[in-house]
Design a protein around this ligand. Structure first.
Ligand code: SAH
Length: 244
């Protein structure tokens, strides 16, 4: 039997209108959908009647192997991640797991939280920016701290993914402490939560106040660069055009 195909799909932040047409089409074509249960529930209406490969949050390797096995059995499989599958998602792992198996893999980009959250806040990422995940599950905290210091030294605007989890409640405060070593407390910051899903919210604040703001695993944090300011309630990092 001919090996099947795996579509690795970025679903965007949530909700069909924030998915790309290419992602919608690939979901329509597949026989079987693999992903974290919460994401499968988000797209339940679009995958009714299709086989589900559902695993828990931390079962990524298992999920990729199950997707590979279904493809080896000739099925067309969709492996879904929120946002973009290549940004703290499963695209890289899937490619490693399938190495040498002769499976056709197609990776379909999605709107990552930096973009969907940035749009909700205004235009915080107009110029050079860095994304840093505060999760120390797969990256040691010393490495995260070094990246935070490096990004602050480079005057990058910053996007912090995974600022908290059920177990990691003080991570954002620890990151703020590091950033405040070199950045002013007045640095403009923004937070978004649950973008594109029920309970979507946005908040503007400063680096000095950031650690006190409530945040959870559905929050993404934005830290402006030295020129970022509030324009009519929007967080704006100016591109530098003259004459305005
Ligand atoms: N692949 C995803 C990121 C997964 S890491 C992407 O490209 O967006 C998980 C982190 O992403 C969360 O802790 C949060 O910081 C961010 N995130 C994902 N979806 C989000 C949403 N709908 N609203 C706000 N932040 C989100």
């Amino acid at each position: 039997m001919k090996n099947g195909t795996i579509y690795v799909i970025g679903l965007g932040p949530g909700g069909r209108e924030q998915m790309t047409l290419r992602a919608v089409r690939a979901l329509e074509r597949c026989d079987c959908v693999a992903g974290y249960g919460l994401y499968l529930d988000l797209i339940a209406g679009m995958i009714a009647g299709k086989e589900r490969i559902e695993t828990g949050m931390t079962r990524e390797v298992e999920r990729c192997r199950a997707a590979r096995d279904a493809a080896l059995a000739g099925k067309t499989v969709a492996l879904v991640s929120s946002g973009d599958a290549g940004v703290y998602g499963m695209a890289g792992l899937l490619l490693e797991v399938c190495e040498g198996d002769g499976i056709t893999v197609e990776i379909i980009p999605g709107v990552t939280a930096a973009c969907s959250g940035g749009a909700l806040l205004g235009s915080p990422l107009t110029c050079d920016f860095a994304c840093i995940s505060l999760s120390d599950l797969l990256t040691p905290w010393e490495v995260i701290a070094r990246r935070l210091r490096g990004a602050a030294a480079g005057d990058f605007a910053l996007v912090l993914y995974n600022p908290a989890s059920k177990k990691r409640v003080d991570t954002l405060a620890r990151a703020c402490e590091i950033l405040l070593e070199s950045l002013p407390a007045e640095t403009v910051c923004g937070m978004v939560r649950s973008v594109g899903r029920g309970g979507e919210s946005r908040e503007l604040t400063t680096l000095g106040q950031l650690a006190e703001q409530p945040c959870d695993m559905l929050t993404t944090v934005f830290i402006g660069n030295s020129r970022t300011r509030i324009v009519n309630g929007w967080m704006v990092t100016p591109r530098g055009y003259r004459g305005i």
